[in-house]
Ligand binder design. Structure first.
Ligand SMILES: Cc1ncc(COP(=O)(O)O)c(C=O)c1O
Length: 549
């Protein structure tokens, strides 16, 4: 009797201590998005199982089992397109091929433009090249003299047009020329930059870094130092640079042990934040408002037409408000990572655009006036790197090139220009303008019966496809042939300078439609009425299993 009682009592004590832990664990599991993007460890394991295989000359045109006549149309279209590429981009492609073997960056981006099964054939026959020699207005020009409308936006840097940044660099360089590259001490332009950034961010202090990745590293490190907690929360799919802790899944060879990847815009994630005591900070990349819980869209992942996107400003604002409230309540640092969207949505960045204040904000890209930069702005109590009462307990962060005079000069010009009426005026009616452009282009695409639509967050666009297909990624090559320059993620992301003129936009829309019409004419969008995205994925899975044997 005594022994049984003791056993029960011990079990009860064990359960009582274990239950809170189990409940926290359960909350965490519930707050993980069901996709692979929500399960970074599993995603890494799955990625390691995917075998390489490629389609031969037959399968390349018939990966979806189409009638002979369609295969013939695709072949003829491909030959036509590759002739255009061969003759039009010869010099640019030749230099690219020459250096590719010695430039790892180029090998990487070149390999991930299309789903890997199609890669070899595309690289052999649609060589566009990766060199440009001039930019002017809304266009860039390659070595063969071809002018393209630039929709790459230079990874988001290009908010006001390349000529604007050339001027920032020229004037900024003049400002600091007498000092030159003296590091450690500051050029006086830094004083202006700090004051402007404090005013813009509404935060107390500023630190300068060399890239967005570094700025994010520093913000998270400081949040951990001051809260004494180790976990950072990022939302499923969000990109915050390539530092290991913010890239816990595919792409990072080791696990990130102190990162939670939670569902975006979901009550279950708020519950985790409310209940756990080990969370130092929450990182928000407001770009995710366009595609919550999904990775940055890239054509290399366009296996089917499952890509979804839609920006609901009201819903996302409400989500940020709720996050803000819980972070305040729980003493968690709310960090807005505005490296991508800062200064693109509003002169005061995402904080102003959504009307929600963060504890720390990271900026980069455009803020350097065309030169490389990362910036952290934050509350004084979070930015301090040492403790007055514990002199040996520091949070170390330095960098040789931080606050480099030439970068500070270009940034000074950027921030000065940001205050001018001409630049301020560009933000008037910005969303309405871009939303109307999207609506008009979508109406045209629908009227033409083309299976493609665009979605936008202001001047940032992504393409989605409205009928199941294995060949959507081909659109990037047709668009290029129409004179539209895209980045290596293809139709996943178009980034416009915000002052794109109506005339330039009309030209882009015409070219977009023409490219899509040509692609349809060549049979790539022929679809078996029975095909679904799921049946396509199943087919690809079967191919993989067969390859692994
Ligand atoms: C939101 C966000 N954070 C951080 C980074 C990393 O910035 P960088 O490429 O300058 O290191 C990026 C880059 O695209 C970004 O979009």
């Amino acid at each position: 009797m005594d022994a049984t009682f003791a056993l029960f009592a011990a079990g009860g004590v064990a359960l009582a201590t274990l239950t809170p832990k189990l409940l926290l664990r359960l909350d965490l599991s519930r707050a993980k998005h069901r996709s692979l993007a929500g399960h970074p460890r599993l995603a890494r394991r799955v990625a390691s199982l995917v075998p390489y295989y490629e389609y031969d000359d037959e399968r390349f045109f018939d990966a979806d089992g189409v009638p002979e006549e369609i295969v013939a149309r695709r072949r003829a279209g491909f030959v036509r397109l590759s002739d255009v590429y061969r003759s039009r981009y010869a010099e640019t492609a030749e230099l690219t091929a020459e250096i590719e073997g010695g430039l790892s960056d180029l090998q990487f981006t070149g390999a991930y433009r299309v789903p890997f099964q199609f890669r070899r054939h595309v690289r052999e026959h649609l060589r566009a090249g990766s060199f440009l020699c001039t930019s002017s207005g809304a266009t860039v020009t390659d070595l063969d003299g071809n002018r393209f409308y630039d929709l790459s936006g230079s990874y988001g840097l290009n908010v006001f047009g390349y000529d604007f940044y050339k001027e920032c660099i020229r004037r900024g360089s003049e400002l600091v020329a007498d000092l030159g590259p003296v590091l450690g001490a500051y050029h006086p332009v830094v004083a202006y930059n700090v004051e402007r950034l404090r005013a813009i961010s509404g935060l107390d202090e500023v630190s300068f870094h060399m890239s967005g990745t570094e700025a994010v590293m520093q913000a998270v490190r400081l949040a951990r130092y001051h809260t004494g907690r180790s976990y950072l929360v990022r939302f499923c799919g969000a990109y915050h640079g390539w530092w290991g802790d913010v890239q816990p899944g595919v792409g990072n060879p080791v696990p990130a042990h102190h990162t939670f990847t939670l569902r975006d815009m979901d009550e279950r994630s708020l519950r985790v934040l409310r209940r756990r005591r080990d969370i130092a900070c929450v990182l928000v990349n407001p770009l995710q408002g366009l595609h919550p819980n999904a990775n940055a869209p890239s054509d290399s992942a366009l296996v089917d037409s499952a890509r979804r996107a839609h920006f609901d400003r009201e819903a996302y604002t409400e989500w940020l408000r709720r996050l803000r409230a819980i972070c305040t309540e729980r003493g968690i640092a709310l960090i807005f990572d505005e490296v991508f969207v800062g200064f693109r949505l509003a002169p005061g960045g995402a904080q102003e655009y959504f009307g929600v204040r963060a504890d720390m904000v990271t900026y980069g890209k455009t803020l350097g006036g065309g030169l490389p930069v990362g910036v952290v702005c934050g509350r004084r109590d979070l930015m301090k790197r040492y403790r007055d009462d514990r002199p040996a307990d520091v949070c170390f962060a330095r960098g040789t090139f931080n606050a480099h005079p030439y970068v500070m000069g270009a940034m000074h010009e950027f921030l000065r220009q940001l205050e001018t009426p001409a630049i301020r005026a560009l933000y008037d009616g910005l969303d309405e303008r871009w939303n109307a452009r999207v609506a008009a282009l979508n109406a045209r695409l629908r009227a033409e019966g083309l299976p493609v639509q665009v979605e936008n967050l202001s001047s940032i666009w992504t393409t989605r496809y409205t009928q199941p297909s294995r060949y959507n990624w081909m659109l990037q090559y047709y668009l290029r042939a129409e004179g539209l320059a895209l980045s290596w993620v293809g139709t996943g992301r178009f980034i416009f300078r915000i002052d794109f003129s109506d005339a330039d936009f009309a030209a882009v829309a015409d070219r977009f439609v023409a490219g899509a019409v040509a692609m349809r004419r060549d049979g790539w969008w022929w679809a078996d009425p029975r095909a679904t995205n799921r049946s396509i994925r199943r087919r690809v899975l079967r191919e993989m299993i067969a390859t692994r044997g």
